[in-house]
Design a binder for this molecule. Structure first.
Ligand SMILES: *Cc1c(COP(=O)(O)O)cnc(C)c1O
Length: 473
């Protein structure tokens, strides 16, 4: 029975030993028996989670040539630095005075990104590449609204573009116009000229593009766009190919996003966290999300005084832990960033040259940091690109990106990155050649893969839509 008591300080309360839940809740909603939760020891629970983690593939476990995603090695010292107490225990609402170290890091990262991209101002707020695109296109929109050019409703996107490009522009209310690629896998400039008119706000480009090919006519394109009063957006997901060799400013771009989690070494996949800083020219600086981090010669501070700011695009100031990792990586690499890009390009060309006789290479051009094969021939022999991807898993390789970009049939998009040795590349090449031979001889065997993984072939749609995450003893 409950006993209401009066404490000596005058506060009344309930003495719980003497009461039962039935006194508070109606009897009919109370559970009578056990619900059968698994009764497990700590050791059993540890083994369960360890086993689950062992099932995950990661860069520490093997080669991860996932095109477009830049799965390079993420130095462990980055993790150590991001976990320093001064960073992890800092509250985002602490004053500028109390946050000088963190603000300094953010300011200096902004400065480094300005140097790397050639641009004039930076926001660190966006949480991913796609979020950077959205931010960038919001800036483009507000720029034309401010100029009173409300007719500029169209955004041109190449047919090789990543799906997030048209999606981001559309979310800002733009209409998407697709421009075709030419036989070299580059934006068809004549087709572009046909599309350009006074209603075009911008073109969104990736350079090198998603085929891993450098857009050689980018200067001509930026001239056409600027003469039309339009802007150029640079999707920086492929920045790992060009660090220190060229930059989007030199190519004539106005707005740029970077994927810090790709180019600047933060673990990613499975949805983040990431960081997609946006860099702009002087002309667009006053539209950036607020605050940006500034320095008055004595102290670092959050600057909310941005005249035509599009507002905030994220809580607080960005995924700070990712910013620490990226800054550590940039400082550690210094001028070697340039060498990292060169090695990434060399590695991709090496694999491409070794595989191109066996697999179709639709755009036979020197590539940048990645290239796209077609599994068309193997498809005709009975195993599609999906089957090749599954077979690779039996040899402990993460499959490359498949069926993207959309303009290549049975696409296999390979990006080795700079952080792999020649031995690893040779092992992968041998495996790809072996699989092609297997497909010629016994395609039905290849279709049984993966054979060595804990989970075999799954219904991928169902697995994504209705994941079964319950513990089963
Ligand atoms: C990864 C990628 C994006 C999107 O970046 P997220 O950080 O995944 O949002 C955009 N464009 C290209 C070409 C990409 O590879």
């Amino acid at each position: 029975m409950k006993t209401i008591f009066e404490k000596s300080n005058g506060v009344s309360g309930v003495e719980f030993e003497d009461c039962c839940l039935g006194d508070f809740f109606p009897k009919e909603i109370l559970r009578e028996g056990s619900i059968g939760l698994p009764q497990l020891s700590e050791l059993e629970v540890m083994r369960h989670y360890k086993e689950l983690s062992d099932r995950n593939f990661c860069i520490e476990k093997g080669f991860y040539p996932l095109g477009s995603c830049t799965m390079k090695y993420n130095p462990k010292v980055n993790e150590f630095l991001a976990s320093l107490e001064g960073f992890t225990n800092l509250h985002p609402l602490q004053s500028d005075e109390d946050s000088q170290g963190a603000l300094e890091l953010m300011y200096k990262l902004q400065e480094a990104l300005k140097k790397i991209t050639g641009m004039d101002a930076v926001t660190l707020q966006p949480a991913a590449g796609a979020h950077g695109e959205l931010t960038g296109m919001m800036i483009v929109k507000k720029y034309f609204e401010t100029k009173g050019e409300l007719n500029r409703k169209k955004v041109i996107v190449p047919d090789s573009a990543h799906g997030t490009n048209p999606a981001s522009a559309k979310m800002c209310g733009f209409d998407i116009v697709e421009v075709k690629s030419d036989e070299k896998g580059q934006v068809d400039v004549n087709a572009l000229k046909e599309l350009v008119d006074k209603n075009v706000a911008a073109i969104m480009m990736t350079n090198p593009n998603t085929l891993g090919i450098f857009e050689e006519k980018v200067l001509e394109i930026s001239k056409i766009m600027h003469e039309n009063g339009s802007l150029l957006y640079y999707d920086g997901a492929n920045f790992n190919a060009i660090m220190g060799w060229t930059n989007p400013k030199l190519m004539g771009f106005d707005v740029v996003h970077l994927n810090l989690h790709k180019t600047f070494s933060t673990p990613h996949g499975g949805g983040g966290p990431g960081a997609g800083p946006v860099c702009v020219t002087e002309e667009l600086k006053e539209y950036l999300p607020s605050p940006i981090i500034d320095f008055d010669g004595k102290k670092y501070y959050r600057n909310y005084n941005i005249k035509r700011s599009i507002g905030k695009v994220r809580g607080f100031y960005g995924n700070f832990g990712v910013l620490v990792r990226a800054y550590a990586y940039i400082l550690m690499m210094g001028d070697n960033l340039k060498k990292a890009s060169a090695d990434a390009v060399l590695n991709a060309n090496y694999i491409k040259e070794k595989l191109k006789g066996t697999y179709e290479l639709p755009y036979d051009e020197p590539c940048m940091h990645e290239f796209v094969l077609s599994g068309e021939k193997q498809h005709n022999q009975g195993v599609s690109t999906l089957g090749i991807a599954k077979r690779l898993m039996d040899s402990n390789y993460h499959p490359p990106t498949v069926y993207f970009p959309l303009i290549v049939h049975e696409a296999i998009m390979i990006e080795p990155t700079e952080s792999e040795s020649k031995e690893v590349l040779d092992g992968f090449i041998d495996t790809m050649l072996k699989i092609a031979k297997e497909i010629e001889e016994t395609p039905e065997e290849v279709l049984k893969s993966p054979k060595t993984t804990p989970i075999k072939r799954v219904d991928e749609t169902l697995a994504a839509r209705q994941p079964d995450l319950t513990f089963k003893a």
